[in-house]
Design a protein around this ligand. Structure first.
Ligand SMILES: [Fe+2]
Length: 390
C-alpha cells in the first residue's frame, strides 16, 4: 500500500550541457531588467559568462551585478535589498554555488517583503513570510546543495551565538532552474569534493528519512547510484563531462528529495556547527557521513524496530557494491566501509582542523536535532560521533 503523501512544486527545469545559452530568451519572459547575483569572481571571468553577458548587452538587457563573498549573512541580504530596492528589477538570476543560489533566492524574496530578513528566519524571527518574490532563475555552477530545486535559503551568522537558519516558503522555489553541467567544469577540486559530499549526504539522508515516500525514495536511490560512481570520477578527472552531468543531475534530485522527505542527523550537526565556526557545509557533511551512518546502523541493529531502514541500508550496500551473494548485513557493512574509504581517499578534513576541540562538543550536541534520522541519538551519542571526527 502507498500511504498518503504530497510533493512540492519544482522549478521549470532546463537541463544539459549548453543550456546556459537559453538564458536570454528565458529571462525575457519576465522582462529586460536583470539583477545577477554571483560569487566572488571565479565565474564572471569564464568564457561562458563573457559570451552570455555580451549576448545580453546586444539584446538590450539592462544588468546589475551583486557579488556574494561567503555564505550569506542577514546583513549581506539586507544591504543588497536596500541597494536595489529603488531600481526596477524584473528578474533575479543567481548564478554560482549554493551560497549564491541561496542569496539570490533571499534577495528576490526580500525585495518584495521589504523587511530585514532575520525577522523571517526559522527559529530566529517572529514573522512568517508572505511568499511574494520577484521572479527567480537559479543557475548552479557547483554540484552541491540542490538549492536550485528547494524552497529555502540558508542564512548564516557565525560566532558563539551564531546560527544557520532557513528562510522558507513554498513560493520561494525558483521559477526556472538552468542546470548546465558545463558550468561546473571550472569548479576547483576542493569545492567539487565538499559540494559532492553535501549532495551525497542529502540523497542518503532523504532516502533513509522517516518522512520519505515512494516518490522520494525512487529519486534518492537513483541519485545515490549515479553520485556514488560519478563523484570519484570527477575528483579523478574534473573534465569528465559525463560524470559532471551525473553530479549535476544527482544534485538536482537531492534538492527535490530533501525538500520533500527532509534530512537527518548529519544535517542537524551541519546546522549547528556551521553557525558555530566558519567551516564549509560540505566539509561538515563529508567528515561526518561515515561516522554518523555507522552509528545509525549499529543502533538500528540493536533496536530491531526498524526493518525498513535496515532494508534501505542493504539497498545502499548493493548500490555501491555490485558483488553478488552477500548477506544483508554484509551489504550494509559494505556501504559504511565504502563511505569510510571514500572519506579517507578524498582527504576530507576533520573537525579539529577548523578549531573545534573537545570543549565545544557538549554545546554543539545540545543544540543538534536528529531531524528525520531513522534513529534518534542522545546527547552523549552525538558527542561520541563528533569526538571520532575531531
Ligand atoms: Fe546540505
Amino acid at each position: 500500500m502507498v500511504n498518503t503523501f504530497s510533493i512540492k512544486q519544482t522549478p521549470k527545469l532546463y537541463f544539459g550541457p549548453g543550456t546556459i545559452r537559453s538564458l536570454p530568451s528565458l529571462a525575457r519572459t519576465f522582462g529586460t531588467n536583470l539583477l545577477f547575483v554571483t560569487g566572488k569572481k571565479s565565474f564572471t571571468t569564464t568564457t561562458i559568462w563573457q559570451e552570455t553577458s555580451s549576448t545580453l548587452q546586444k539584446d538590450g538587457f539592462s544588468t546589475e551585478l551583486a557579488h556574494i563573498e561567503n555564505e550569506p549573512s542577514p546583513e549581506d541580504i539586507n544591504s543588497f535589498v536596500s541597494r536595489y530596492t529603488e531600481k526596477t528589477i524584473d528578474v533575479v538570476i543567481g548564478i554560482g554555488g549554493g551560497s549564491v543560489i541561496d542569496a539570490g533566492k533571499a534577495i528576490s524574496a526580500m525585495l518584495e517583503e521589504q523587511q530585514p530578513v532575520e525577522l523571517f528566519l526559522e527559529g530566529v524571527g517572529t514573522q512568517s513570510p508572505r511568499g511574494h518574490k520577484i521572479p527567480y532563475i537559479a543557475i548552479p555552477t557547483t554540484s552541491g546543495t540542490g538549492s536550485e530545486a528547494t524552497s529555502n535559503a540558508v542564512i548564516t551568522r557565525t560566532g558563539p551565538n551564531g546560527f544557520k537558519k532557513s528562510l522558507r516558503h513554498d513560493n520561494y522555489v525558483p521559477d526556472i532552474a538552468v542546470v548546465d553541467p558545463e558550468l561546473t567544469l571550472s569548479c576547483p577540486p576542493a569545492i567539487t569534493t565538499a559540494c559532492g559530499m553535501d549532495c551525497y549526504t542529502q540523497l542518503v539522508e532523504a532516502y533513509l528519512s522517516t518522512n520519505g515516500n515512494p516518490y522520494t525514495d525512487a529519486l534518492a536511490l537513483d541519485g545515490i547510484q549515479r553520485v556514488s560512481t560519478a563523484l570519484p570520477a570527477v575528483i579523478a578527472n574534473p573534465e569528465d563531462i559525463e560524470a559532471r552531468s551525473a553530479m549535476s543531475y544527482g544534485t538536482y534530485l537531492s534538492g527535490i528529495v530533501l525538500a520533500n522527505a527532509g534530512l537527518g542527523t548529519i544535517h542537524g550537526f551541519a546546522s549547528t556547527i556551521g553557525g558555530y565556526c566558519a567551516i564549509p557545509h560540505g566539509v561538515v557533511c563529508g567528515t561526518l557521513m561515515a561516522e554518523t551512518n555507522k552509528a545509525t546502523l549499529q543502533k538500528l541493529r540493536y533496536s530491531h524496530h526498524n526493518e525498513i531502514a535496515l532494508d534501505k541500508y542493504t539497498r545502499l550496500g548493493r548500490a555501491v557494491n555490485r558483488q553478488e551473494g552477500l548477506t544483508d548485513e554484509e551489504y550494509q557493512d559494505a556501504f559504511i566501509q565504502n563511505l569510510a574509504e571514500f572519506t579517507d581517499q578524498c582527504g576530507i578534513d576533520r573537525l579539529g582542523n577548523y578549531g573545534l576541540d573537545k570543549g565545544n562538543l557538549e554545546t554543539i550536541a545540545a543544540r543538534t536535532g536528529n531531524k528525520y534520522n531513522p534513529v534518534q541519538f542522545s546527547k552523549d551519542e552525538l558527542c561520541t560521533i563528533l569526538k571520532n571526527r575531531l
